[in-house]
Each structure stands twice: as structure tokens, then as C-alpha cells.
Write a protein that binds this ligand. Structure first.
Ligand code: ZN
Length: 72
């Protein structure tokens, strides 16, 4: 699996994953952004801090299936 790449500027280091709701503990700001506790149903999952490009969860069955294969 390759690293996520910003589709806006091509950066592989600028992307931060949004965390919604209350984090369980300290948040690594180099990896995450606090998205707040209000879920609108149209929330970005990632944002590039370098260009502001936001990535939204795609309603694509292939993506959802792929996510299911991921191990933690
Ligand atoms: Zn970017």
C-alpha cells in the first residue's frame, strides 16, 4: 500500500487525517486534525495542510471493500 498523496499539490507529507468527536488521548498533530464533534454527513476524511485540499469519503463500493481489508 502506497502512502496517501494529495491530489491537489502532490504532497505525500501534508495530508492529515481528520478525527471527529472527542479524541481518546493526546493527538499527534503531525498526523491528525481535529474535525470537531459535528458530523454533517459530508465531512472530509483528510486535509492537506500545504494546499488545503480536502479528501472526502467516496461513496464507492470498491473503496469501502478495500477499507474492510485493512488490518490495524
Ligand atoms: Zn496538497
Amino acid at each position: 500500500m502506497t502512502a496517501k498523496k494529495c491530489q491537489g499539490c502532490g504532497s505525500t507529507t501534508g495530508l492529515r487525517k481528520y478525527i471527529y468527536g472527542m479524541p481518546d488521548g493526546p493527538v499527534e498533530e503531525s498526523k491528525y486534525l481535529i474535525g470537531g464533534c459535528c458530523i454533517t454527513g459530508n465531512d472530509p476524511t483528510h486535509e492537506c495542510i500545504e494546499c488545503g485540499h480536502q479528501i472526502f469519503k467516496k461513496p464507492n463500493p470498491d473503496i469501502i471493500e478495500f477499507e474492510g481489508f485493512r488490518t490495524h
